[in-house]
Design a protein around this ligand. Structure first.
Ligand code: NAD
Length: 365
């Protein structure tokens, strides 16, 4: 297998974690005989600094020509503290998702048993949780027009807009995935208040008719946010819109112990983009303490979803699992019982994953 991968390190810890994603892919390629070529491109604040544009043309072209994209994160505190800045890092990411038609963001939330104690939720509530989120990614309130200020800046509006086909295509992906799992889909909306949510619910109900083996349940977003913490095991596949999915999946990161453990895949009809769900974490950037595992697990999703290489994908997930069993942690997933010599830097954790893959990967001839 020969594949070309574009790497968008982005900003902050993005640079620190994507280098380990790349090295893990190189290690897997060595073990399984794949040939990967890589190309680095700019996105976000680093792209604005270099070119004035958060998504330079060269980046978009390299992404369109790639077989898969690995992304770190974008964002810089100067923009977060000054909303008046018109050219912003996240515009690059939103435009990239839109340009590549990446309408489905897939986020598996699974607790590694070894991290039960690292979460702020009680272990007995968490144990066995295994949720697959489908967040709509190119519609809803993050893209709807008009979005503007009026009345001398004293009034502001955003527009939440969904068309039927946008709901249908992500609902189909969610139901198909549920058929391979526990066969339950929870659709999350706010249909008691929002017209766009009523269209969402009607459409999901229609799509459900094509999947009679899957049970469909509806939840309002406020209840979903509560149920997710109260009893996460009730969920199998969750499908929801852009903003609700953004918030729920960050909340769900507590089920996995840390944002630093959660990978994601953004897919549409062309090339897929694989990225950790965390941001650029400026508070820890440049200190070599960020957890690289979310990015490393994103490369496993790439191998599985984009390249159909389940065995290689499993080799990465198993290596992470083994390292956690061995007791290794980064700072964000340590608990009160973690000895200080088992708390690793970004680079040490990345190196351990590669060693483990080389020691334990099973290659079926
Ligand atoms: P964040 O995810 O960057 O950080 C939240 C907290 O989690 C911080 O305390 C951080 O140190 C910690 N954290 C995150 N990833 C970690 C990792 N791998 N290892 C250890 N700890 C980790 O979210 P934020 O602070 O709300 O945003 C920071 C910047 O990132 C902002 O500019 C925001 O716009 C941007 N952002 C970008 C993306 C993206 O690129 N997809 C997503 C979210 C936020």
């Amino acid at each position: 297998m020969q594949k070309h991968i574009t790497i968008l390190a982005g900003d902050g810890i993005g640079k620190e974690v994507t280098q380990w994603g790349k090295r893990v892919l190189e290690a897997v390629a060595e073990v399984y005989g794949f040939q990967f070529s890589f190309e680095d491109q700019l996105l976000g604040h680093s792209a604005i600094e270099a070119t004035g544009n958060p998504l330079p043309d060269a980046t978009l072209t390299a992404c369109k020509n790639a077989d898969a994209i690995l992304l770190g994160a974008v964002g810089h505190p100067m923009y977060d503290n000054d909303p008046s800045l018109k050219v912003r890092p996240e515009q690059g990411l939103l435009k990239l998702r839109k340009s590549l038609g990446l309408y489905a963001n897939i986020r598996p939330i699974k607790i590694f048993d070894e991290l039960l104690e690292a979460s702020s939720i009680k272990p007995e509530i968490l144990r066995g949780s295994d949720i697959l989120f489908f967040r709509e990614l190119t519609g809803g309130i993050y893209f709807g027009q008009p979005r503007e200020r009026s009345e001398n800046g004293l009034t502001a509006r955003d527009t939440k807009i969904y068309s039927k086909y946008e709901v249908e295509r992500i609902a189909h992906k969610a139901f198909k995935a549920a058929q391979t799992r526990r066969k339950i889909v929870h659709s999350v909306d706010k249909a008691n208040v929002l017209e766009s949510s009523r269209l969402w619910r009607e459409t999901v109900q229609e799509v459900a008719k094509d999947y009679p083996d899957v049970e469909l349940k509806h939840l309002f977003i406020d209840n979903a946010a509560m149920q997710l913490i109260r009893d996460p095991k009730q969920f199998d596949v969750v499908v929801t819109g852009n903003m609700f999915g953004d918030i729920l999946t960050d909340e769900a990161s507590q089920i996995a112990g840390s944002l630093g453990m959660l990978p994601s895949a953004s897919v549409g009809d062309q090339v897929g983009l694989y990225e950790p769900i965390h941001g650029s974490a400026p508070d820890i950037a440049g200190q070599n303490i960020a957890n690289p595992l979310a990015t490393i697990l994103s490369t496993a999703l790439m191998l599985d979803i984009e390249f159909g290489q389940q065995e290689a994908a499993n080799a990465i997930v198993n290596a992470v699992d083994e390292l956690l069993k061995d007791g290794y942690r980064t700072g964000d997933i340590k608990d009160g019982n973690t000895p200080s010599n088992m708390i690793l830097s970004t680079d040490q954790m990345g190196q351990k994953v590669i060693q483990k893959i080389k020691q334990t990967a099973i290659v079926t001839p």
